[in-house]
Design a protein around this ligand. Structure first.
Ligand code: ATP
Ligand code: AH0
Length: 402
């Protein structure tokens, strides 16, 4: 079978920017092999970040802002792809497809109070605009297909975690620490149907917002855990935080800015605003590590699922204080980062979405029901191409694949 050349795009819940990964993908004897050729991260500037924060909050989002931001991000993602093409010395003719996660602005996996208030999830960054900006066919909007099959619409990277990490000699927890934290559990010798997955709770989301407030907007995150190292844990605050009811809910479960965003942090400042600002950062960082360890104890090891190794990815893996605390709370496990497996912690999700898009193009299931809680497997993703040549390149790939 021939090689597919694709570009994966990930813009996660931290709202820090978009990651782009140019990859070659090949199917060999039913296994998918992926090779990262070039990558690029584009940071959102302060204005975009602020506007995005506004459309993520029901209190400040308007239909006008959501509609404009959907188009604007389609262009931003397209500009990121065009820069990546220059960086990698490739042209659009060399690329079969782009696969874009989009920017989650709302995610509600639970039924609301009225019959129309059904679970929903919304990722913006229009895929037709992205196709028009780049001249390349685009696959996007993955999560709705899983929700259509009564899944949580997340976590989706579990499918790729299984492909990359399942093992016959050890049980592995693949932990992402992005804006939100999520885990994929791969039992030793397990089948894809056995994969368990759920959001462990906040990743960097609460730490970032606390740092933003105590620095009056000068810093958007605690670089290398510098502030956390200076403070000490405030036990009263920690006790209140660990008692949040999300942590007692059984998996499958997913969460986001709706639970752990600005209002959550405002409540912390209302109740504990008088404690030392470094202590606040230390305490929410400790809590973040603890929520991960407690989740394993409650829903994995505590239910007889041994864990030999934890592989951490996402921006949180670059916070040494957070990593130290995580290792401290998981004394019986080896805690590594994705780099041990030669996979960039930064670009893992962008690579993962390239694989999910590839499977969509192949017409193959790209989701694991046991991970998302769906009733059945589905093919996730929709396709857009605004010109015949983009369509033909996609079709040329399909004809090689089938
Ligand atoms: N050197 C560092 N020190 C401390 N924290 C860091 C460092 N580098 C990145 N981070 C943290 O990682 C975050 C970004 O992580 P990442 O890009 O994995 O999130 P995301 O993909 O947006 O989120 P999600 O996976 O939830 O969708 C930053 O907001 C910051 O908090
Ligand atoms: C709705 C949404 O965008 N969820 C994200 C978020 O960020 C981490 C965690 O919460 C995870 O459930 C998911 O992203 C990753 C990429 C996933 O689906 O695997």
């Amino acid at each position: 079978m021939g090689k597919a050349v694709g570009i994966g795009l990930m813009s996660g819940t931290s709202l820090d920017g978009v990651d782009a990964a140019l990859v070659e993908i090949e199917k060999k004897n039913g296994n998918i092999e992926v090779n990262l050729i070039e990558s690029l991260a584009i940071q959102y500037d302060d204005v975009i970040r602020r506007e995005l924060m506004e459309v993520c909050s029901p209190l400040s989002a308007t239909v006008q802002k959501i509609s404009s931001m959907n188009m604007f991000l389609g262009k931003e993602f397209g500009n990121a792809v065009n820069k990546l093409l220059v960086k990698s010395n490739r042209s659009k003719e060399d690329i079969h497809f782009i696969s874009s996660h989009g920017q989650t602005i709302y995610h509600q996996p639970l039924q609301g109070e009225t019959e129309v208030d059904i679970p929903g999830t919304l990722q913006i960054g229009d895929i037709s605009v992205l196709s028009e900006t780049t001249g390349i066919a685009v696959v996007g909007d993955f999560r709705t297909a899983d929700m259509a099959a009564n899944g949580q619409g997340a976590p989706l990277v579990s499918y790729v975690d299984y492909l990359l990490f399942h093992s016959t000699d050890k049980s592995i927890a693949v932990q992402n620490i992005g804006g939100i934290g999520n885990v994929t559990y791969l039992a030793k010798n397990g089948h894809s149907n056995d994969v368990q997955s759920f959001d462990t709770g906040p990743g960097n989301m609460v730490i970032d917002e606390v740092v933003f407030r105590i620095t009056n907007g000068k810093s958007t995150y605690d670089k290398n855990g510098q502030i956390a190292y200076k403070g000490k844990i405030n036990q009263a605050l920690l006790d209140q935080l660990v008692n949040h009811n999300y942590f007692s809910m059984n998996p499958p479960k997913t969460t986001g800015r709706e639970l752990f965003g600005k209002s959550f942090v405002t409540a912390i400042f209302n109740d504990f605003g008088d404690i030392d600002s470094a202590d606040l950062v230390t305490t929410v960082t400790e809590w973040t590590a603890l929520t991960i360890a407690n989740s394993y104890n409650d829903f994995l090891t505590g239910k007889g699922n041994a864990i030999d190794e934890v592989i951490v990815g996402g921006g949180g893996s670059y916070n040494p204080y957070l990593m130290e605390r995580l290792a401290y709370h998981l004394p019986d496990m080896n805690v590594y980062t994705h780099e041990k497996y030669n996979i960039s912690s930064d670009f893992k999700e962008a690579i993962a979405f390239a694989i999910l898009g590839y499977q969509c193009i192949c017409g193959e299931y790209n989701q694991i029901p046991s991970a998302t809680g769906a009733d059945k497997p589905v093919i996730m993703g929709k396709t857009a191409y605004t010109h015949p040549d983009a369509f033909k390149r996609l079709e040329s790939l399909r004809s090689v694949l089938t």
